[in-house]
Write a protein that binds this ligand. Sequence first.
Ligand code: C2O
Length: 588
Amino acid sequence: MLHTCSSSQTKTPTIMASISPLSFLSTNTNTSSLLPKRRHTHVAPTKLITCNASNPNNNNQDPSSNAIANANRRRDLLIGLGGMAGVAGFAYNPFAYAAPVSPDLKACGPPTLPAGAKPVKCCPPASTNIIDFEFPKNQPLRLRKPAHKVTGDDLAKYKDAIKAMRDLPDDDPRSYTQQAAIHCAYCHNSYHQVGFPDKDLQVHYSWIFLPFHRWYLYFYERILGSLINDPTFALPFWNWDHPDGMEMPSIFTDRRSSLYDPLRNANHQPPVLVDLSWNRKGADTGGDVDANLNLMYTNFVEVKAPLNFFGQAFRAGDTPYTVKTGAGSCESVHNTLHVWSGDRTQPNGEDMGSLYSAGRDPLFYCHHSNVDRMWNLWKSFGNKDIVDPDFLDSSFLFYDENKNLVRVKTKDCLDSVKLGYDFEKVPIPWAKTKPKARRTKAERAKKPLTTKSVDFPLTLEEDKLVSTLVKRPRRSRSRKEKDEREETLVLEIEFDRRLPIKFDVLLNEEEDLQFATPKNREFAGSFVNVSHTQKSSAMKTELAFKIGITEKLIDLEADDDDSVVVTLVPQYGEGVVVKGIKIDYEEC
Ligand code: C2O
């Protein structure tokens, strides 16, 4: 089905049985319809935002303030026009809008843990007093440094701070145990959504992935700083995108250090090279620098549509794990580092390899510090934050360094410098590491692709390639069209979320498993699942996995073709069902 231009940020028609207190009204342009059409929320930006933004070496100013201004203008307009905003209790309101997600603290309950996990409580201490976030005044900048360069005094402070956190009693919201539990609560079903008691709040596989984890680290970092009385304390970042940082940072692997966690993969101790495309196979002697850099380019430089980078929309009332949700490229790459770091001999790859336990490893926060840095870098390449109000107003709860419970909103975290921290500027060796096509068009003509379209659903089997022909609704689009909409491969899949899973996706490549390497331009991306559970439905998870392919098809000299051959290469994890593959166009 051809989705029109506004597919990505358009809200699907939905009847809202009730509206949450956070709902607000929109004007409805389609008054003839009885169904409440949710309107397109993308606000025409003052400047044209394109998919072909600047190159990674330009440092653009931060666009977030503009985005918020636009969103706010729109909201003011809606409230002005509506006059009925926030009217609760309407059983049926054709003008009801979706709302941003927020966790219901009062209803926090026990997590759903995977088999083999020791029982654990994940809800924070109760509090009746929630304060709204305010930007701290007169704070010194906290400069986050690459972990492999943290030595001397900085290292001593980091170890002291983590030690002090470990020494706090478990019921202190700042304690090591409670900080780890935050991650468990937000992704193992402890929290439900305000206004939707039967809907879980899940911070993975959607656009709240980046803002949630940014806030999480913000409070964690400030708690550590306050425990050692150093407001300049900054969390290091695991610089896995630079050859010098492509191993588990050695500061975490000293057994006597407070930064040590015994539950990690024994084969992945330094100096074993990180494998950003790890397939859990063979001798497992480490990754390849060039392949890692190619993979960085593919996932962080050429992805331009915000939803393809951040992940799909997740609004109040949405059920996590439906084909509407899905991770962006940033989260996908981050998943592999989780699976790579965790201990494979544990039942669920604990600690890093399972979401309920990941926060128990100090490495987790250092890993996420680099994920957070990727958000800043991606914007520095000229890309823009999502401007949808349901993204900007999504909210979370955290205890701060003074044990106050604080409500934070996504819109307040778009600019890390405003939050008081930044990242040391280090070289970005992947800015120009675009992989080369394995076969040019001329070479393909000598040995043409023979794949026909296959029937769905189909189940992937380990090490067995599946190829299918996918029709392209449009071909040879103009540069302008390409800049406005990213051609996007959409894979609707179903899988068991308890399993670690990975499969690779190749374009116009049907021959051999060995070509599934990020070093080839034909390599489009990888779906990666980190083990986790959720009780709202069975362990069956449905998602739409999306990959931007505009530039790939140009480089493969395939932009004038009517269709493209898509090959799936299952790497690990049983039972993935592919329900369909199509091409869509995501707004830039
Ligand atoms: Cu909440 Cu790295 O995951």
